[in-house]
Design a protein around this ligand. Structure first.
Ligand SMILES: Cc1cc2nc3c(=O)[nH]c(=O)nc-3n(C[C@H](O)[C@H](O)[C@H](O)COP(=O)(O)O)c2cc1C
Length: 173
């Protein structure tokens, strides 16, 4: 059994405080390789990833989003985006699941690298989508899913599951 994968899943927590220290380009590439290893409907991979290091841009992100102040403390912010027209013509909404799967892979890769990260939702908040588009120059037809600030962890959190037997329906609901 690959118990280390389970351990990593329990260890993945939202890290919102960051310590001094760099996230290298090589580490970012590993995060993105993990993200793009994710499953996607029909293997359409309808995703793009924006990597932001520039402080002024990170400041604009913080000013535009009420729950993403971490984007200024973290040295890197990755923005997973979806391009629905790369997915199925009759079911473009699959992009949400595809890019979410990629984002979770990215968060898990951060655990593997000893980095901290947090998912800060953009879509489906239309205002946040519009602001992210303006800040980052994202074209129409591409939708930013979330901001993921990444850095050296400045806080530790207990590994845990949130297993709840009441949410399990055996056989049928
Ligand atoms: C779709 C989504 C949107 C989220 N948006 C934010 C956010 O804007 N700011 C933030 O600090 N955390 C955000 N989070 C992180 C959640 O608050 C966090 O995952 C949850 O409290 C459970 O804690 P854990 O990640 O440590 O297990 C978001 C998570 C998801 C999946």
């Amino acid at each position: 059994m690959l118990s280390s994968v389970l351990d990593a899943m329990y260890a993945r927590r939202s890290i919102r405080k960051f310590a001094e220290g760099a996230v290298t380009d090589a580490q970012v590439e590993l995060l993105l390789k993990a993200a793009m290893a994710a499953p996607s409907a029909g293997n359409r991979q309808p995703w793009h990833f924006i990597v932001v290091r520039d402080e002024e841009t990170r400041r604009k992100i913080v000013e535009s989003h009420p729950h993403a102040r971490m984007a200024l403390e973290a040295p890197v912010v990755i923005i997973p985006c979806g391009q629905p027209d790369l997915s199925f013509e009759d079911r473009p909404a699959f992009w949400i699941q595809d890019v979410s799967a990629a984002t979770e892979n990215l968060l898990m890769a951060a655990v593997a690298l000893g980095l901290g990260a947090v998912w800060c939702g953009i879509y489906p908040n239309e205002e946040r989508v519009v602001e992210a588009r303006a800040i980052l120059g994202i074209p129409e037809g591409v939708i930013p899913l979330c901001y993921v600030p990444v850095g050296v962890p400045g806080e530790t959190k207990e590994p845990r599951t949130q297993y709840d037997e009441e949410r399990v329906h055996r056989g049928r609901w």
